[in-house]
Write a protein that binds this ligand. Structure first.
Ligand code: ZN
Length: 146
C-alpha cells in the first residue's frame, strides 16, 4: 500500500487549514507535492498580511518555486482543502501544476464554474478527497464568527 496517497497529503493540507483557523483566518490550507515529498505548505493569510491575494494556494506556489528554483511546477501536485478560486486557478495554470486535488467544493467562488479552462490543458483534477473534514473546518469557522 502506498502511504503517500491523496488522503495522506490532504491531511497535511488540513493541518494548515487548522493553523489558519487558529489565527482567525478563513481555514484553507494547501501543500505542494513533488515526487511524494511536500515541498511547500501554506495557509490563508489574508488577515495577517492585509492582502486579499494571500490565499493558501498563492503562498504555496510562491514557496514551491523558491524551493525548486524553477518558474514552473510541472509534475507537482497541489492539495488544497477547498476548491481554488478563479485567481488561484489562474496562478495554478501559470505555474503549470500537473495535478490539483481539492476537498470541499466552493459553489460561489470556485473556479470550476467560472474558469474551468484556467488550468494547464493537461492538468488532472481530483475532488472530494476528505470532503467532509474540509467542509466542516469551514463551517465551524463561520459558525463561530456569527
Ligand atoms: Zn484563491
Amino acid at each position: 500500500m502506498n502511504p503517500f496517497n491523496d488522503e495522506y497529503f490532504m491531511k497535511q493540507a488540513l493541518v494548515e487549514a487548522r493553523a489558519a483557523a487558529a489565527e482567525g483566518e478563513v481555514p484553507v490550507g494547501a501543500v505542494i507535492v513533488c515526487n511524494n515529498q511536500i515541498i511547500a505548505r501554506a495557509h490563508n493569510q489574508t488577515e495577517r498580511l492585509n492582502d486579499p491575494t494571500a490565499h493558501a494556494e498563492m503562498l504555496a506556489i510562491t514557496a514551491a518555486v523558491g524551493v525548486l528554483g524553477a518558474k514552473y511546477l510541472t509534475g507537482c501536485s497541489l492539495y488544497v482543502t477547498v476548491e481554488p478560486c478563479v485567481m488561484c486557478a489562474g496562478a495554478i495554470g501559470w505555474a503549470q501544476i500537473s495535478t490539483i486535488v481539492y476537498g470541499a467544493s466552493d459553489e460561489k467562488r470556485g473556479f470550476q464554474q467560472y474558469a474551468p479552462k484556467a488550468l494547464h490543458p493537461k492538468a488532472v483534477v481530483r475532488k472530494g478527497i476528505m470532503e467532509t473534514a474540509c467542509m466542516e473546518e469551514m463551517q465551524n469557522f463561520f459558525r463561530q464568527k456569527r
